[in-house]
Design a protein around this ligand. Structure first.
Ligand SMILES: CC(C)(COP(=O)(O)OP(=O)(O)OC[C@H]1O[C@@H](n2cnc3c(N)ncnc32)[C@H](O)[C@@H]1OP(=O)(O)O)[C@@H](O)C(=O)NCCC(=O)NCCS
Length: 331
């Protein structure tokens, strides 16, 4: 009997309506469109407005988009994973609430957090459940309301992040499609350079912390940049070598959208042509767990069955890696 692989069989997405442009940011912090564009490639990002609307709002809408497009019965979904660094609340998972709201009443659910690598690592987890034969329909959602942990007085951080969500469905296939290989790594010594410190069990929130924005994300941009460039490129090279792929075998690079210069550096390292590099950072910024599925959604109509996709991500932790996946359908 041929091997069971885990294929992505549907994609959905949601971004909020409100557009935070570089020009608006110029009125909020000491920055300018030219600086942001040349340093990051970002022109605008989406922000979720509205009281009580959290990451689940984004996740639910992305999942509903997928369900409508694919025409599946939510009751057939057996597992819902929400990859996120900004869950609705500390306890009571975002995934459980999301699943109930979309009618996935036969599913078990959990959240997964590996910062900007949450979705990449989530692909590995979702695929493992399928490959083992235990489940046949796994919904993986990458969703983050980054604006909930951004200090809009910190110009080094607030220009980068945006809100959004994307979802993919994993199903088994006996064809040689779906997830082929992965190279995933973590290094906890990196956490001092990129973190949202307070609110966790080691660092309780106090009135002073709130006043100083200590509950928000902090990064030492230059160190993060260097590590991201090195590790995303290194993981991508490793996955190509391990699978005897040349750059000509690669149809698409699906790289985490943190900074256009980091994505370009990864593509350059494997000498990949620009037209094979998925890019939407200019319109969404860094949506953390949502960047990879938002790319798939934007490029879905150009993807063909059998295409070789190389995913790459880097994020807080540090966590990073690369996944090789063969696309499973024509849209
Ligand atoms: C944040 C980042 C865009 C900053 O770009 P950079 O080229 O490294 O810039 P630096 O931090 O070295 O700052 C250069 C100068 O610009 C200034 N600057 C920082 N943010 C600015 C802004 N928004 N507008 C204008 N100037 C800014 C700095 O104060 C510094 O000024 P100085 O030279 O007078 O001290 C870049 O480091 C980056 O993208 N890092 C990785 C971020 C990331 O990927 N995070 C998520 C990981 S998943």
């Amino acid at each position: 009997m041929s091997k069971t692989s885990a294929a992505i069989t549907a994609v959905g997405a949601y971004v909020p309506e409100y557009v935070l442009t570089n020009q608006i940011l110029e009125t909020m912090v000491d920055t300018n469109d030219e600086w942001i564009t040349t340093r990051t490639g970002i022109k605008e990002r989406r922000i979720l407005k509205g009281e009580g609307k959290g990451t689940s709002f984004l996740a639910i809408n992305a999942a509903k988009d997928l369900i409508k497009k694919r025409g599946i019965d939510p009751k057939d979904i057996e597992l819902v994973i929400v990859a996120t660094a900004t869950p609705d609340m500390k306890a009571a998972s975002t995934a459980a609430f999301t699943a109930s709201e979309i009618g996935a009443t036969n599913a078990f659910t959990f959240d997964m957090d590996a910062a900007c690598s949450s979705f990449l690592f989530g692909m590995s987890v979702a695929a493992s459940y399928i490959e083992s034969g235990r489940y046949k329909n796994v919904l993986l959602i990458g969703a983050d309301k980054m604006s909930s942990i951004i200090n809009y007085k910190d110009r080094a951080t607030c220009i980068i992040f945006g809100d959004g969500a994307g979802a993919v469905l994993f199903e088994p296939t006996q064809e040689n499609l779906g997830l082929q290989d992965e190279y995933l790594r973590s290094d906890g010594t990196g956490r001092e350079f990129l973190q949202a410190t307070y609110g966790g069990s080691s660092y309780p929130i106090t009135p002073e912390v709130l006043e100083n924005g200590g509950h928000c994300a902090f990064q030492e941009g230059r160190t993060v940049f260097k590590n991201a460039v090195f590790n995303m490129a290194d993981a991508t090279v490793k996955i190509l070598e391990r699978n005897n792929l040349s750059k000509d075998d690669v149809n698409w690079l699906v790289a985490h959208q943190a900074n256009k210069r980091i994505i370009d550096a990864t593509a350059n390292r494997i000498e990949l042509e620009q037209e094979k590099v998925m890019m939407n950072i200019h319109k969404y910024g860094n949506t953390t767990s949502a960047t990879l599925p938002l790319l798939l959604n934007d490029y879905e109509s150009q993807l063909k069955k059998g295409d070789n996709l190389i995913f790459a991500a880097f994020g807080g932790g540090f966590n990073w890696g690369s996944i090789y996946l063969k696309w499973a359908y024509n849209s």
